[in-house]
Design a protein around this ligand. Structure first.
Ligand code: ATP
Ligand code: MG
Length: 136
């Protein structure tokens, strides 16, 4: 069964700041992901607010948007079989302190807010999020 999907990954400001992008990109490659498109960008607070609109009502919304717009990020269109779920598995839990051994957030994350990577959480959201950064 092939089930090829595409998903959005973001290498967040804390990881770009520590120059971890090549290490993280390599983790995707050795785990079977193809990086179809990628770009390094620095988004505005307003764009971050749009991107994280689903979290609008959360107490951490403002800090989250300030953080995502605080420095350059790498956005990537990833492809593999079951890409959405496989990316979430590779990333690990939102909080690096409880993320499983070997996951990206365990290896590279600093804290729940500086957790190094974002990944779409459903096929539907992957389409919306890919559209947000890669309109082609
Ligand atoms: P992401 O969407 O970044 O891939 P996620 O899907 O694992 O992460 P979400 O619940 O969508 O987690 O939360 C989005 C982001 O908001 C998280 O990556 C994290 O940085 C931040 N966040 C989530 N929960 C909290 C919290 N309780 N306190 C502070 N920040 C939080
Ligand atoms: Mg999420």
């Amino acid at each position: 069964m092939s089930n090829i999907e595409q998903t959005l990954s973001i290498i967040k400001p804390d990881a770009v700041e520590r120059n971890l992008q090549d290490k993280i990109k390599n983790e995707f490659k050795i785990n079977g992901f193809e990086i179809l498109q990628e770009k390094k960008i620095h988004i505005s607070k307003e764009e971050a607010e749009k991107f994280y609109k689903v979290h609008e009502s959360k107490p951490f919304y403002n800090d989250l948007c300030t953080y995502l717009s605080s420095g350059p990020i790498i956005v990537m269109k990833l492809q593999r079989s079951n890409a959405v779920l496989e990316n979430r598995k590779l990333m690990g839990a939102t909080n690096p302190e409880v993320a499983e051994e070997g996951t990206l957030r365990k290896k590279y994350g600093i804290s729940i807010d500086k957790n190094s990577v974002h990944g779409s959480d459903s096929i539907e959201n992957a389409e919306i999020e890919l559209d947000f950064f890669f309109k082609d």
